[in-house]
Design a protein around this ligand. Sequence first.
Ligand SMILES: Cc1ncc(COP(=O)(O)O)c(C=O)c1O
Length: 253
Amino acid sequence: MVGYHAHVGSQIFDPTLVARTIDVLLEFAGGVHRQWGVIPKVVIPGGGFGVADDASGVDVPISEWADAAAMAIERGCRQYNFPSPDLVVEPGRAIIGPAGVALYAVGSRKTVPGVRTYVSVDGGMADNIRPALYGARYSATLANRNPAGEPLQTVTIAGKYCESGDVLIDNASLPQLATGDLLAVPMAGAYCLAMASNYNLSPRPAVVIVADGHARLIRRRETYEDLLRSDIIETPASARLDERRLSAKKGSL
Ligand SMILES: Cc1ncc(COP(=O)(O)O)c(C=O)c1O
């Protein structure tokens, strides 16, 4: 055993929660140390650094996170009387979240007078479940033309998966969108593709890596053949036997 791990959660913006998790881990470690003499070499409060889904940059300040964690470790080790273990962090989304941008093509538009205007896109809750699942708030930018000077409109970006809850961005402020326009949604690198599904038997999108002016396909768009790949179409022997019995019976009638 090298130490203690917990998972305080993902998307934690309050460093005091990390400190409290370390307090709990070290209290437990203190008891084990007292009884069995085990000194932890590492402590892992779990999760990484919270980052804003809407790319606003309102992320957890890493220095505040580190200060709070270090102080909690120092305090606990003094209290339970063992040397400071290493602090391990598990950042996932803070690294990969900003690395991914989801691109959607705009489809139709529907205005419900006095309520809202929907703009549909060719994706939604199957490639990004987070808005529908827990209210994650993303932003979008028009990506295929420069709308400088155009007035902004408030629209709801709706997905294509045929569910009333399939809303990608509620009340987005965007220039007038036309069918075929491209919307770019930043911060889509984390927990989007990893949690994507074939909801309503829809194929998942392709992934392109872009670096230094070059673009390369790293995951092709799924096909309907992919979706049927695991289906077993062959008729089992027992069913064939039943079919033969049935046709023999029909013949004798
Ligand atoms: C045990 C564990 N460590 C790390 C992470 C990643 O955390 P984050 O999304 O904050 O980067 C997760 C995600 O839930 C997790 O369960």
